[in-house]
Write a protein of this length. Structure first.
Length: 188
C-alpha cells in the first residue's frame, strides 16, 4: 500500500482545493491511501518562538505525518500569480530546524495540483513551488498536470464533482503519482 500525505493550502472551509483533495482521496487507486493533514493551527513562523519553545505541536504533527508517508500530495491555491502564504509558512516551519530537512523532505516524491476560480488554474503557483521543492530535496513528479479552472462551474455547493471528465483527470493524476511513488519506493 502506497501511503501519501495530502495537504490543502487553503484554510477556507469550503475551499475548492480542500474539495479537490477530498476528491483525490476518493479516487485514489485501491493500493494507495492518502492521509489528509491540516495546516490549520500552524502559527506564522517566528524564529524567536522556535528558539525558545521549539516547533509548535501542529508543526511537529505535520512533520511526523510526512515522515510516515512515501510521498507528498500538495493541493495549492494560487494567490496573486504565486503560491499561498499559509501553505508556504507551514512548509517553512516543517523545514526547521534545518537539520531535519533530510529526514522530513529529502528524496521524498511530491506532486502539486490545484483548483482556481479563474481560467488560469493554478499554473503559476505550481511553478512557484519548484524552487522550494529543490531547496528541500523533494523529487517532483512531472508526469501530468492538474489545474482545475473556473472551479465554481466544476464543484457544486457541497464540494462534489459530478463531471466525469474532471473526475477522470483527477483519477489519472493520482494514479500516475502513486505509480511514481511506488517505483521510487522499490528503488530504495
Amino acid at each position: 500500500m502506497t501511503k501519501l500525505l495530502g495537504i490543502s493550502g487553503s484554510l477556507r472551509k469550503n475551499s475548492y482545493n480542500a474539495a479537490l483533495l477530498r476528491l483525490a482521496v476518493e479516487l485514489a487507486p485501491s493500493d494507495c491511501a492518502i492521509e489528509v493533514a491540516s495546516i490549520r493551527g500552524v502559527p506564522l513562523y517566528d524564529a524567536d518562538i522556535e528558539a525558545t519553545e521549539g516547533s509548535p505541536p501542529a508543526v511537529r504533527e505535520l512533520k511526523e505525518q510526512l515522515v510516515g508517508a512515501a510521498g507528498l500530495f500538495l493541493v495549492t491555491p494560487e494567490y496573486n500569480f504565486s503560491l499561498p502564504g499559509v501553505l508556504k509558512n507551514a512548509i517553512d516551519w516543517m523545514s526547521r530546524p534545518a537539520a531535519d530537512i533530510p529526514r522530513v523532505f529529502g528524496g521524498r516524491p511530491v506532486a502539486v495540483c490545484g483548483a482556481s476560480g479563474g481560467r488560469g488554474g493554478t499554473r503559476y503557483a505550481q511553478m512557484a513551488w519548484l524552487p522550494v521543492f529543490r531547496a528541500l530535496g523533494l523529487v517532483p513528479w512531472f508526469g501530468a498536470q492538474l489545474h482545475i479552472t473556473e472551479s465554481a462551474k466544476v464543484f457544486d455547493s457541497t464540494g462534489r464533482v459530478a463531471d466525469e471528465k474532471t473526475r477522470e483527470q483527477v483519477r489519472s493524476f493520482v494514479a500516475g503519482f502513486a505509480r511514481f511513488v511506488s517505483e521510487a519506493e522499490s528503488r530504495t
